[in-house]
Write a protein that binds this ligand. Sequence first.
Ligand code: HEC
Length: 294
Amino acid sequence: MRNLIVVLGLLLAPAWADEPYKEYTPAEHFEPHVSGDSQLTGTYRYWKDPTKLDLRLAGHPDDSWKLNWKHLDYPFNKEMHAGHLALDRGLVLFNKLNRAGTFKNCLVMYRLNGQYETTLRGLRTHFPAYRTDLRRVAGLEEVIEHCAALESETLQNGSYDNSAVSIYIASQSLGMPIKIDVSSGPLREAWKRGERLFHQKVGRNNMSCASCHVGRVGQSLRATVVTSPYGDAAHYPVYRDRFGITSLHIRFAQCSLDLGFNALKPGSPAYTDVEVFLTALTNGYPVSVPSERP
Ligand code: HEC
């Protein structure tokens, strides 16, 4: 009998070792389109038309989160903030990297299932994308780092200069709706993994991203009120008053630290999967870069 238990234990042990115990926040139904927020927080009606925002809500501390702070430049000055300075820097760097024209070709070459495009316009709306050269789904900042390396330049994902180039490229798609297709293929797989990661409880607080971004929307945490996860991706990289130029993966890292677990490197596969998930929740919402958030 004892031998049998030992044999059974040995047989089952590798299976347990493969699947460490994990807990998940129960998932809501998410739509890969920004209008899905009508079912989640119901705030979509307040911010779906960026040209008709009721700015009286912004002036009220209990209501401001309903505007989702998407297209607003606090205090509503779109003309002058540090995001514009980053854009200028991004343009200079882009021109330097693109002296031979190959940097731009690298960025746009694999856009839309390998279909060749020659313009930066609209490029931001299709990221993250599957890159045949990298053989994986990658965000725009990761591709910028990759294409810069081919020009023998280092533009580390998450750095100011990488985000500056990303802001310049995104600004070429200003006002165009985010459009990534997560219905099939590698992006579908990434969306599913990203959704799962978003709900996985981690860290010393045993919380998931969803614990705050679904369960506590509208509540004040660390002096900011948590907003809906829908629509976020459209205004990144963003200038934040407290943190400076912030890429989406840097924001993930900041929230990871709040969760009580070590932040991952920008461009890490787990963050890219979460980026795919959150970008799909932004489908249909216009790119708003450069932008500023408090
Ligand atoms: C302890 C609560 C908490 C947890 C857990 C948390 N966040 Fe956040 N997050 C916040 C707060 C507060 C803000 C700032 C207010 C806002 O924009 O929602 C924020 C902001 C964000 C933003 C920027 C929103 C915008 O429009 O600029 C993103 C993106 C984000 N979080 C992603 C994540 C991801 C991914 C995870 C899981 C790795 C996560 N968060 C976990 C509290 C949390």
